[in-house]
Design a binder for this molecule. Structure first.
Ligand SMILES: [Zn+2]
Length: 473
């Protein structure tokens, strides 16, 4: 799988090695786990404060190595232009010194009205273009924003500065991909960037468990912005609309900015995609066994009496609060090891077990918001490999976190809905104007001739009706 940062890549590689050791003894591993009912929590009313879209990713901060400008001793009278990439600790003064440029030119340029602030703030990786002759500056330019360039030109009267506007153009791209190995591989094959694939996964994070629910043949369509400048592709913009066909079920989401200025994803009927709980309380990109529908999950969920869902992940992988709530327990709890129990509204509680450690400040009574990090994956308690054990209970009764109905916010009303329909109609049309493809019913379609894939069916935890007292030990 393609990874953007080495931060996510390294643990997963390490984990692959670990998995190799784990798989053969997976059954023994599961059997060794002892699970029992979580404490009957007394849930408090959780504040329904809006949570940000989950799993924000830091923008990559790759800084190109500084270009050391060559000495300008040769060709004394020739005019030359060079683009200097700002290195760490570089200042304009040091660049001028290094290039043997006239420092009085720099002083004169700095004194031009309005120039200083757009000139002096240099970041590593910024580019400054300099044209000089005999060490005298003829021209200096640098981008001060995506669409604006500061240009200083020398003429007979001295230096003159101007801002050149170079607007960007937003184009809308619609692309469809079919998953046969992973979300990211499918996206790559369809020329969809990782950032767009992640936005798509975030938009559906309340409906689809991207760790365990993704199957061969799942298909997605993304309608998103691509930003161009001077006809050249610059970057991707917002994901505007998306469709995900998961296991025969179609989910659609469209981006909408409400009157308060908050952007979010909504179903075509105006219902927010955001729900009270995330499907998976770990970031799916950090889970090593993600999206391999061909492989059996190393920690078997078919163990009788297993009351939750296991997410195999490297030790230290952040664990997120599935919903807004209050910490009702944080500490050592027998076979669960280091566990956190959150009490949510509507008599719902969630439990997170085997953690290596808790997030700072986590203590009983603390209010957490959906997506907050509460701890880190580990293997404390009765676990022979690092994984998160996650339980979802209503009135103390275990429910399947992957399939339980999750309450969402109320749909948009009246005026907002009217506006929503107008704004989103063309985007939804883009979504649905994809080449028609039959939606295979479960058990049919291109994979129908294959035997049932264990990787999914075995991963389902038994519903509460299949649990008996004897199975909970
Ligand atoms: Zn478990």
């Amino acid at each position: 799988m393609r990874r953007k940062t080495s931060e996510t890549f390294k643990p997963s590689r390490r984990f692959k090695v670990l998995l190799t050791c784990l798989v053969p003894c997976a059954a023994a591993l599961g059997a060794a786990c002892i699970y029992w009912h979580a404490a009957r929590d007394t849930p408090g009313a959780a504040a329904a404060a809006p949570a940000p879209l989950i799993y924000p990713r830091a923008a990559p901060t790759a800084v190109p190595p500084p270009v050391i400008a060559p000495a300008i001793a040769q060709q004394a009278s020739a005019e030359s232009t060079i683009e200097v990439i700002v290195g760490r600790n570089d200042t304009l003064d040091s660049i001028f010194r290094r290039m043997a440029l006239d420092k009085s030119d720099l002083a004169a340029i700095r004194n031009l009205p309005g120039v200083r602030q757009s000139l002096d703030f240099l970041k590593p990786g910024d580019a400054v273009k300099l044209t000089q002759k005999d060490g005298e500056i003829k021209e200096l330019s640098r981008k001060v924003s995506e669409t604006q360039t500061l240009k200083v030109v020398r003429d007979d009267a001295g230096f003159e500065a101007k801002i050149i506007n170079d607007p960007v153009e937003t184009r809308i791209r619609t692309a469809t991909a079919t998953i046969d190995a992973s979300l990211f591989q499918a996206a790559e094959a369809a020329n969809i960037s990782d950032s767009v694939a992640l936005k798509l996964a975030n938009a559906f994070a309340w409906d689809i468990d991207f760790v365990l629910d993704i199957r061969d043949g799942d298909r997605f369509t993304a309608v998103y912005e691509q930003i161009f400048q001077d006809g050249k592709y610059l970057r991707d913009g917002e994901l505007l609309a998306a469709e995900f066909l998961n296991n025969g079920k179609v989910y659609r989401a469209v981006r909408f900015v409400n009157d308060a200025g908050d952007a979010g994803y909504y179903a075509p009927n105006g219902t927010p995609m955001r729900k009270a709980f995330l499907r998976a309380p770990v970031e799916f990109t950090r889970v090593s066994s993600v999206f391999n529908p061909h492989r059996l999950h190393p920690i078997l969920n078919l163990i009788r009496g297993h009351m939750g869902t296991d997410y195999a992940a490297a030790t230290g992988t952040p664990v997120h609060a599935a919903g807004d709530g209050r910490v009702s327990f944080a500490g050592r709890r027998g076979g669960y090891g280091n566990a956190v129990i959150l009490a949510h509204s509507n008599s719902i509680s969630t439990l997170y077990g085997h953690m290596s450690r808790f997030a700072k400040h986590i203590r009983v009574g603390l209010h957490v918001r959906q997506g907050d990090v509460i701890g880190y994956v580990g293997m404390t308690g009765l676990a022979t490999g690092p994984h998160l054990h996650y339980e979802y209970l209503i009135n103390g009764v275990h429910k399947n976190p992957q399939t339980v109905h999750l309450a969402g916010a109320a749909p948009l009303r009246a005026d907002a809905l009217q506006k929503f329909r107008v704004v989103t109609a063309p985007l939804l049309a883009d979504l649905t104007q994809q080449p028609p493809q039959a939606i295979p019913a479960p058990g049919t379609g291109p994979l129908a001739s294959e035997p049932p894939r264990l990787s999914q069916d075995l991963l389902r935890i038994p519903g509460p009706e299949s649990l008996s007292i004897a199975s909970i030990n």
